[in-house]
Design a protein around this ligand. Structure first.
Ligand code: NAD
Length: 468
């Protein structure tokens, strides 16, 4: 990959460098700036980030003030933020490509979802009393959409927000906060504290914080819950959206082309870096041989390439550390003789090729492998209940997919699977703000579902304690 490709593809922001850092309603004394990396191109850096210091977190906590304005005024400002996002799409896309390594398709979906969250929470902005000061902690894999969703819900309800974006994607969050302030969100109601987990830890263990909205791994959510229990007021809400070990069942009546397309999209789009992504596929034994042949053929047709090229299906994974974790898993499968299929990767950048690995069942997966790696097991027609039990036994409950043409089976299986979001005869990624909200059960999150009618209630005081 070369920077010239960015020049042709992305125009004015192809070589732009941004400076990200704390945005406080007070004086900042951040740490020294460090370069931000481009996952697709080790020769490129989209800019620098200065992490918030512990003193900055303290300043922000002191300065935080709930947004004291009628709900209708807050709604107007949030709609204006949505307009500004749409007007600034070129710059937002360039950052999403160069900082997060996300493809053109992903960048479009990311902006759309962020705007949908803003407009949905604006339209439903509650009049009730805000909880107070909310810490919002977001992951790198939806660096604009999830970041914006948490913040806009908290602001719609009138809270003060202390935002801690993922360390891998500080630039997009910096620009987003600038646009929110430009639209009219008061500085004291919205501050940005970029940094690593330590900043998040400080922001979830200070008694001046009244609630936490978190999206990220289950491990981090458990740490946050423990820190809150020790330091925050009893009843301080934690809204956590976490990881998944997501399965799909394909029975012998499924339409093969439809199922293969759904699987490829669910497992490999966004380089598998979606919480909703398909991790373990169960194929009925009777059809397994031709089905696997079709699936590996479809994998071969995927374009692995630069995020900003329109023809790219699969971009890089976020960074070296993620790359190593996924690659170790693939190497182990290779050593065990369980690799069914893999593609070649580009030489530069942190790419992992789409890979298919054989397992005996979902119980073989010890953790969420957050990359373009799909695991495949087969089952016999009389083993459906066993498969359902194994999926439920993981303890996660984020997404589940089913491919079948038997109506009774749809009812039977979906009645028994524990998962927040079920998808039948389609891919199992995505949500629709408003009509198809997104969220998990068990180890996958606390609920209520983001972009749904109950979510905003958690950000208001009257609903917070009893809505656990
Ligand atoms: P992560 O848990 O490593 O980090 C998430 C955020 O938590 C980051 O901002 C990080 O700096 C912060 N953090 C780390 N340690 C902390 C601590 N001790 N206290 C407070 N904050 C801390 O997750 P990630 O790698 O950024 O994101 C990928 C994970 O997110 C995957 O597990 C994925 O499934 C999950 N995810 C879930 C959803 C959902 O809606 N359920 C959506 C997207 C991602």
């Amino acid at each position: 990959p070369t920077l010239d490709a960015i020049d042709t593809a992305r125009g004015p922001f192809a070589r732009h460098t941004w400076q990200a850092g704390p945005i406080l309603a007070g004086t900042a004394s951040p740490q020294d700036p460090a370069p931000v990396t481009n996952p697709a191109d080790p020769a490129d850096s989209p800019g620098t980030v200065a992490y918030a210091s512990p003193a900055d977190v303290n300043t922000a906590l002191d300065a935080a003030k709930p947004w004291d304005a009628p709900a209708s005024d807050r709604a107007k400002v949030l709609n204006r933020v949505a307009d500004l996002y749409e007007e600034n799409y070129g710059e937002l896309f360039a950052i999403i490509h160069r900082e997060a390594g996300k493809s053109v398709l992903d960048a479009v979906a990311e902006l759309r979802e962020a705007v949908d969250f803003l407009r949905y929470y604006a339209a439903n902005a509650p009049e009730g009393q805000p909880v107070g000061t909310f810490t919002c902690i977001s992951p790198w894999n939806f660096p604009l959409a999830i970041f914006t969703g948490q913040i806009s819900a908290a602001l719609a309800a009138g809270n003060a927000v202390l935002s801690k974006p993922a360390e891998q994607t500080p630039i997009i969050s910096h620009l987003a906060i600038q646009l929110m302030h430009k639209a009219g969100v008061p500085q004291s109601a919205l501050q940005l504290l970029p940094g690593a987990g330590e900043v998040g830890a400080q922001l979830t263990s200070d008694a001046r914080v009244d609630g936490v909205a978190f999206t990220g791994s289950t491990e981090t959510a458990l740490k946050i819950r423990a820190a809150m229990a020790e330091n925050l007021a009893p009843g301080a809400p934690l809204i956590a959206e976490t990881g998944g070990l997501n399965a799909m069942i394909v029975d012998s009546t499924a339409l093969p082309e439809q199922a293969v397309q759904a699987i490829v999209e669910s497992a490999f789009q966004s380089a598998g870096q979606r919480c909703s992504a398909l991790r373990c596929l169960y194929v009925q034994e009777d059809i397994a041989t031709p089905f696997i042949e079709m699936l590996t053929g479809a994998m071969d047709a995927l374009n692995i390439g630069l995020p900003w090229n329109l023809s790219t299906d699969v971009g890089p994974v976020i960074d070296q550390q993620a790359h190593k974790g996924i690659d170790d898993h693939i190497q182990q499968a290779r050593a065990d003789g369980r690799l069914i299929h893999e593609l070649n990767t580009p030489n530069a950048g942190t790419y992992v090729a789409p890979t298919l690995i054989r397992v005996t069942g979902i119980g073989d997966l010890e953790r969420e492998i957050f990359g373009p790696v799909l695991h495949l097991a087969t089952y016999r027609a009389n083993e459906l209940d066993k498969v359902i039990d194994a999926i439920n036994a993981t303890g996660y409950g984020l997404t589940f997919g089913l491919q079948t043409r038997i109506d009774d089976r749809v009812q039977y299986v979906t009645d028994r699977i524990h998962a927040g979001n079920m998808y039948v005869n389609r891919n199992q990624i995505g949500a629709i703000v408003g009509s198809q909200p997104f969220g998990g059960e068990g180890l996958s999150g606390t609920g209520p579902k983001a972009g749904g009618p109950h979510y905003l209630a958690r950000f208001t005081r009257h609903a917070a304690p009893q809505d656990g």
